[in-house]
Design a protein around this ligand. Structure first.
Ligand SMILES: [Cu+2]
Length: 319
């Protein structure tokens, strides 16, 4: 995975922001150094002597006209730099708004403390939902509609785009594009409660064919159980309280309070990027999610070992 870094942009949106960042840094550094040099110059020229004998200031003064020219030039340069920085940020904003027509449209809803990801389509039968991990095709513009459920969050994948808030009742949009295939980490950038720091998301930029294959498999309902044990796992999931919060397409479980688990085994992480999606972590998560993510909105589930194994077998097979 690439380092989560605004100075390692992997797409046009992040490149515009990175360019502006460098311009600001260079200009501000140059101004800072110039001011310090002027200060040092003034200090070095300051007359020395005991406080009792007031220094003779007349020897210091530049000729009147010379001083006026220096001051006027400094004022003009400062004004010009400020206007330039304002224009540069305006132009960056325009460029960010000019990414072409989107090839993929995603509706991203932030919850405490996870991300619901819905791939939109004009044909409703092609819409599907997943969580915490976003796949996008490399080189294609993606439009993300940002929504929030219960608190203000902020979407930020530094290598791909700037930050934008997700505010309940007030949809916003953000466009992004990845030009380099890879896996990019993002996170919530607005303090939203105890588990704010464990509210990451991953963006996978896949070659277009691979993206299409992934989307086609996500659109399918969950795989049917392949063994006696998996069947029992599905039974426990659907008849127990899991189904009060979670959905698994193709079963009776259809709640939307929690991540959609239809293709849960195809995700790399568990609990919004908190731990790898391995069987050990999954077992710990189901028994006591608070040990992994304290304060999380999922209750502990004291299950018999048999029940737990059946659930693990079923969820682990939901590719
Ligand atoms: Cu948040």
């Amino acid at each position: 995975m690439r380092a989560q870094d605004i100075l390692a942009s992997a797409g046009p949106q992040a490149e515009h922001i990175e360019a502006l960042w460098w311009i600001m840094l260079l200009i501000c550094t140059a101004v800072f150094v110039a001011v310090l040099l002027a200060l040092a110059w003034a200090l070095l020229r300051a007359p020395r002597g005991s406080p009792a004998t007031p220094p003779d200031l007349s020897s210091l003064a530049l000729p009147e006209r010379g001083a006026a020219i220096v001051v006027a030039a400094a004022v003009a340069l400062s004004a010009a730099l400020l206007v330039y920085l304002t224009l540069a940020s305006y132009v960056t904003d325009r460029r960010l708004a000019s990414l072409g027509a989107p090839a993929v449209q995603i509706e991203l809803t932030a919850h405490r403390w996870w991300w619901e990801v819905r791939y939109m389509d004009a044909d409703p039968s092609r819409i599907f939902t997943t969580a915490n991990e976003i796949h996008i095709p490399v080189g294609k513009p993606v439009l993300v509609t940002l929504k929030a459920d219960d608190v203000i969050h902020s979407f930020w994948v530094p290598n791909l785009a700037g930050k934008k808030d997700l505010i309940p009742g007030r949809d916003a949009t953000l466009t992004l594009q990845a030009d380099v295939p890879g896996r990019y980490r993002g996170q919530c950038a607005e303090f939203c409660g105890v588990q704010h720091a464990k509210m990451a998301l991953l963006v996978f930029a896949d070659p277009p064919e691979q993206f299409e294959a992934w989307a086609a498999s996500e659109r399918k309902p969950a795989l049917e159980p392949a063994s006696e044990e998996e069947s029992r796992g599905r039974e426990i999931f659907v008849s127990g309280r899991c189904a009060m919060c979670h959905a698994i397409q193709g079963t009776m479980a259809s709640a939307r309070k929690a991540p959609d688990l239809t293709h849960f085994a195809s995700r790399e992480t568990l609990g919004a990027g908190t731990v790898p999606n391995s069987i050990g972590h999954l077992a710990g998560w189901i028994l006591d999610p608070h040990s992994i993510k304290p304060g999380v909105n999922m209750p502990a589930n004291p299950l018999d070992p048999d029940e737990l194994h059946a659930l693990l077998a079923y969820l682990g097979a939901l590719r």
